[in-house]
Design a binder for this molecule. Structure first.
Ligand code: AMP
Ligand code: ZN
Length: 134
Protein backbone atom coordinates (compact mmCIF):
# COMPACT_ATOMS: atom_id res chain seq x y z
CA UNK A 1 0.00 0.00 0.00
CA UNK A 2 1.62 3.21 -1.20
CA UNK A 3 2.01 6.06 1.28
CA UNK A 4 1.19 3.92 4.29
CA UNK A 5 3.81 4.68 6.95
CA UNK A 6 3.27 1.39 8.78
CA UNK A 7 3.67 -0.60 5.53
CA UNK A 8 7.03 1.11 5.05
CA UNK A 9 8.10 0.51 8.65
CA UNK A 10 6.84 -3.09 8.77
CA UNK A 11 8.72 -3.94 5.58
CA UNK A 12 11.93 -2.18 6.61
CA UNK A 13 11.80 0.71 4.11
CA UNK A 14 11.75 3.22 6.98
CA UNK A 15 13.88 2.38 10.01
CA UNK A 16 12.14 1.91 13.35
CA UNK A 17 13.20 0.63 16.77
CA UNK A 18 12.42 -3.05 16.23
CA UNK A 19 12.09 -5.40 19.20
CA UNK A 20 10.78 -8.46 17.32
CA UNK A 21 10.37 -9.60 13.72
CA UNK A 22 9.12 -12.71 11.94
CA UNK A 23 7.72 -13.41 8.47
CA UNK A 24 4.30 -11.91 9.28
CA UNK A 25 5.00 -9.12 11.79
CA UNK A 26 7.39 -6.46 12.99
CA UNK A 27 7.10 -5.13 16.56
CA UNK A 28 8.38 -1.58 17.08
CA UNK A 29 8.58 0.94 19.89
CA UNK A 30 5.81 3.54 19.68
CA UNK A 31 7.14 7.05 18.98
CA UNK A 32 4.55 8.58 21.30
CA UNK A 33 4.53 6.08 24.14
CA UNK A 34 1.78 5.98 26.78
CA UNK A 35 4.31 4.33 29.10
CA UNK A 36 7.91 3.09 29.03
CA UNK A 37 8.15 0.26 26.53
CA UNK A 38 4.86 0.96 24.66
CA UNK A 39 5.20 -1.04 21.45
CA UNK A 40 3.14 -1.81 18.35
CA UNK A 41 2.64 -5.09 16.50
CA UNK A 42 2.51 -4.33 12.76
CA UNK A 43 1.54 -6.99 10.21
CA UNK A 44 3.81 -6.79 7.17
CA UNK A 45 0.78 -7.00 4.87
CA UNK A 46 -1.56 -4.02 4.70
CA UNK A 47 -5.00 -4.33 6.27
CA UNK A 48 -6.65 -1.14 7.44
CA UNK A 49 -8.31 -2.58 10.53
CA UNK A 50 -9.94 -5.57 12.22
CA UNK A 51 -12.72 -5.54 9.61
CA UNK A 52 -10.17 -6.26 6.86
CA UNK A 53 -7.50 -8.46 8.42
CA UNK A 54 -8.02 -12.20 7.85
CA UNK A 55 -9.06 -13.92 11.08
CA UNK A 56 -6.12 -16.30 10.95
CA UNK A 57 -3.65 -13.39 10.90
CA UNK A 58 -5.60 -11.61 13.65
CA UNK A 59 -5.24 -14.79 15.69
CA UNK A 60 -1.51 -14.86 15.08
CA UNK A 61 -1.30 -11.19 16.10
CA UNK A 62 -3.00 -11.91 19.42
CA UNK A 63 -0.85 -14.97 20.06
CA UNK A 64 2.20 -12.78 19.44
CA UNK A 65 0.75 -10.11 21.76
CA UNK A 66 0.49 -12.69 24.53
CA UNK A 67 4.08 -13.81 23.95
CA UNK A 68 5.37 -10.22 23.84
CA UNK A 69 3.46 -9.32 27.01
CA UNK A 70 5.23 -12.10 28.92
CA UNK A 71 8.65 -11.30 27.47
CA UNK A 72 8.31 -7.54 28.02
CA UNK A 73 6.91 -7.92 31.52
CA UNK A 74 9.93 -10.02 32.50
CA UNK A 75 12.41 -7.65 30.84
CA UNK A 76 10.86 -4.37 32.01
CA UNK A 77 9.60 -5.61 35.37
CA UNK A 78 6.29 -3.85 34.80
CA UNK A 79 3.33 -4.49 37.10
CA UNK A 80 0.68 -5.24 34.46
CA UNK A 81 -0.06 -4.92 30.78
CA UNK A 82 -2.72 -3.58 28.39
CA UNK A 83 -3.21 -5.09 24.93
CA UNK A 84 -5.26 -2.66 22.86
CA UNK A 85 -6.42 -2.40 19.26
CA UNK A 86 -8.35 0.56 17.77
CA UNK A 87 -10.55 0.50 14.66
CA UNK A 88 -11.79 3.62 12.84
CA UNK A 89 -11.40 7.23 13.89
CA UNK A 90 -14.27 7.15 16.42
CA UNK A 91 -12.40 4.42 18.30
CA UNK A 92 -9.14 6.37 18.38
CA UNK A 93 -7.43 4.90 15.33
CA UNK A 94 -5.03 7.41 13.80
CA UNK A 95 -2.90 5.16 11.55
CA UNK A 96 -5.05 3.11 9.21
CA UNK A 97 -2.87 0.01 9.05
CA UNK A 98 -3.98 -2.64 11.57
CA UNK A 99 -1.82 -2.64 14.69
CA UNK A 100 -1.91 -3.94 18.24
CA UNK A 101 -0.74 -1.74 21.11
CA UNK A 102 1.41 -3.38 23.78
CA UNK A 103 1.33 -1.10 26.82
CA UNK A 104 3.36 -2.05 29.88
CA UNK A 105 1.79 -0.71 33.07
CA UNK A 106 3.60 0.49 36.16
CA UNK A 107 2.27 1.49 39.57
CA UNK A 108 1.53 5.24 39.42
CA UNK A 109 2.18 5.56 35.66
CA UNK A 110 -0.85 7.84 35.20
CA UNK A 111 -1.99 6.06 32.03
CA UNK A 112 -5.77 6.36 31.78
CA UNK A 113 -7.69 3.85 29.68
CA UNK A 114 -10.84 3.89 31.80
CA UNK A 115 -14.41 5.04 31.06
CA UNK A 116 -17.49 5.96 33.07
CA UNK A 117 -19.49 2.78 33.59
CA UNK A 118 -23.05 2.81 32.26
CA UNK A 119 -25.88 0.41 33.14
CA UNK A 120 -27.17 -2.50 31.12
CA UNK A 121 -30.92 -1.84 31.31
CA UNK A 122 -33.46 -4.62 30.74
CA UNK A 123 -34.62 -2.80 27.60
CA UNK A 124 -31.08 -2.55 26.18
CA UNK A 125 -30.39 -6.16 27.07
CA UNK A 126 -33.54 -7.28 25.21
CA UNK A 127 -32.80 -5.33 22.02
CA UNK A 128 -29.11 -6.24 22.10
CA UNK A 129 -29.88 -9.93 22.50
CA UNK A 130 -32.32 -9.68 19.60
CA UNK A 131 -29.58 -8.19 17.44
CA UNK A 132 -26.60 -10.15 18.74
CA UNK A 133 -27.87 -13.21 20.58
CA UNK A 134 -27.13 -16.66 19.21
P1 AMP B 1 -3.72 4.37 16.87
O1 AMP B 1 -4.12 5.71 17.47
O2 AMP B 1 -4.30 3.17 17.55
O3 AMP B 1 -3.92 4.38 15.38
O4 AMP B 1 -2.16 4.25 17.16
C1 AMP B 1 -1.20 4.83 16.38
C2 AMP B 1 0.08 4.81 17.19
O5 AMP B 1 1.17 4.89 16.30
C3 AMP B 1 0.22 5.97 18.18
O6 AMP B 1 0.43 5.43 19.48
C4 AMP B 1 1.43 6.74 17.67
O7 AMP B 1 2.21 7.26 18.71
C5 AMP B 1 2.18 5.68 16.87
N1 AMP B 1 2.98 6.13 15.75
C6 AMP B 1 2.61 6.95 14.74
N2 AMP B 1 3.60 7.07 13.84
C7 AMP B 1 4.63 6.30 14.28
C8 AMP B 1 5.93 6.00 13.79
N3 AMP B 1 6.39 6.54 12.67
N4 AMP B 1 6.70 5.16 14.52
C9 AMP B 1 6.25 4.62 15.67
N5 AMP B 1 5.03 4.85 16.18
C10 AMP B 1 4.24 5.68 15.51
ZN1 ZN C 1 -0.06 -0.26 5.47
Amino acid sequence: MQDCIFCKIANGEIPAATIYEDEDFRVILDLGPASKGHALILPKAHYADVYEIPEELAGKAFALAARMAKKMTAALRCDGFNILQNNKEIAGQTVFHFHVHLIPRYEGDGVNLTWAQGTLTEEDKKTLLEKLGK
